[in-house]
Design a protein around this ligand. Structure first.
Ligand SMILES: *Cc1c(COP(=O)(O)O)cnc(C)c1O
Length: 371
């Protein structure tokens, strides 16, 4: 048996160490160092945006996006249930209401056709998280939002470097957010960013991440801010990772295609969609979903893989079923696809640091367990 293969291992093969050394040698380690601006500009160019604001993580990026839009008590924000908790934290903190929609059973992305029915006079925004490397069908979503004057927040954490009909993911929302956690296509250890074309929103975001110092007098404050500033150390790694992004996307597609080929004859599971007419999957993670009816359980599969030294994780737990929501009013809703994905889905090692040998070993064991 080889050593344990975790679900994710990051890869550092470019200028990461050289840029980090520059930070240390020059003494520029805080957010005032040169890499922060360079990384922001690079990300803005990648996503075809005018402004980028680097923060401490992807959850922060979502938090200040909600704050910058002045979303407050009673406002509604439409969000899919099948995503990470980060999408709703600030909504709940300010006393706004997440209105959950279901997802598509094949793409695992939010079912855009349900957005329309959930719009009310209180709807302020839609949060659209692209799931697991395949984009949401953006055209219909963008037109619904435009038609109703609703703000679109695009959560592009899982699709850095991906395109929708040839346009960069992250270029569609009024605001777009990304994360640079180690399992994302670019990592800074911890890190995130908000991107926008709107100069006044960009200014607000910069102020919110830096304690809301007033422009006329530093250390004087009219509003509540946060310290979410990204350090030069993080940005140094991020810039090097951004330089390597084209290769990373190629590698992620290789990993995904390899697994899909190995598993194509497994009748017990649904595999990720490899392409649609608007995008080719970049397999943020390689997910699999048990088909119904099934006598298998995800917990059992995870146990069996772990015993072979292979990391495996369950899919997101649907937000509308979170115990946390009991404290709020969101009860009695049933979103069957999100519930099915949450209980039947799991993902296997697919990080950029995975070796070809690891892939063969994982594929053989997954096949063995699922056949
Ligand atoms: C990873 C992720 C986040 C959160 O990012 P962190 O940097 O871990 O806070 C938010 N949204 C999506 C869709 C993600 O995948």
């Amino acid at each position: 048996m080889s050593d344990f293969i975790p679900v994710n291992v990051p890869r550092f093969v470019g200028n990461e160490l050289a840029y980090l050394s520059e930070c240390i040698d020059s003494g520029w380690v805080s957010s005032e160092g040169r890499f922060v601006g360079a990384f922001e500009t690079g990300m803005a160019n990648l996503m075809g945006r005018k402004f980028a604001v680097a923060v401490q993580n992807g959850s922060n990026a979502l938090d200040i996006s909600i704050a910058a839009l002045n979303i407050g008590p009673g406002d509604e924000v439409i969000v899919p249930s099948f995503t990470i908790i980060s999408c709703v934290l600030q909504i709940l903190r300010v006393g706004a209401v997440p209105v959950f929609v279901d997802s598509d059973v094949d793409t695992w992305n939010m079912d855009v056709s349900q957005v329309h029915d959930n719009i009310s006079s209180k709807t302020k925004a839609v949060i659209a998280p692209h799931i697991y490397g395949l984009p949401i069908d953006m055209d219909p979503l963008v037109s619904i939002c435009n038609e109703h004057g609703i703000c679109l927040i695009e959560d592009a954490a899982e699709v850095i470097g991906q395109t929708y009909q040839g346009r960069p993911c992250g270029s569609f929302g009024k605001l777009s957010t990304v994360s640079f956690y180690p399992n994302k296509h670019i990592t800074t250890g911890e890190g995130g960013m908000v991107l926008t074309d709107d100069p006044s929103i960009a200014e607000k975001l910069r102020s919110l991440r830096d304690l809301c110092h007033s422009p006329e007098r530093r250390f004087k404050h009219y509003e509540l801010g946060w310290n979410m500033r990204m350090s030069n150390l993080q940005a140094a790694v991020g810039l090097a990772q951004l330089e390597g992004l084209p290769d990373s996307i190629i590698r992620k597609r290789q990993i995904g295609m390899f697994y899909s080929e190995k598993f194509q004859d497994l009748s017990s599971v649904n595999l990720p969609i490899v392409h649609t007419d608007y995008a080719d999957n970049i397999f943020w993670v390689y997910g699999m979903v048990l088909k119904e009816p099934t006598s298998r359980s995800v917990t059992d599969i995870i146990d069996k893989l772990n015993r072979c030294g292979i990391g495996c994780r369950p899919f997101f737990f649907p937000l509308h079923q979170q115990p946390l929501m009991d404290k709020y009013l969101f009860r009695g809703k049933s979103l069957v696809v999100s519930e099915y994905l949450g209980s039947h889905g799991f993902y296997i090692p697919s990080g950029l640091g995975l070796t070809d040998r690891d892939m063969e070993y994982v594929a053989a064991n997954v096949r063995n367990i699922l056949s």
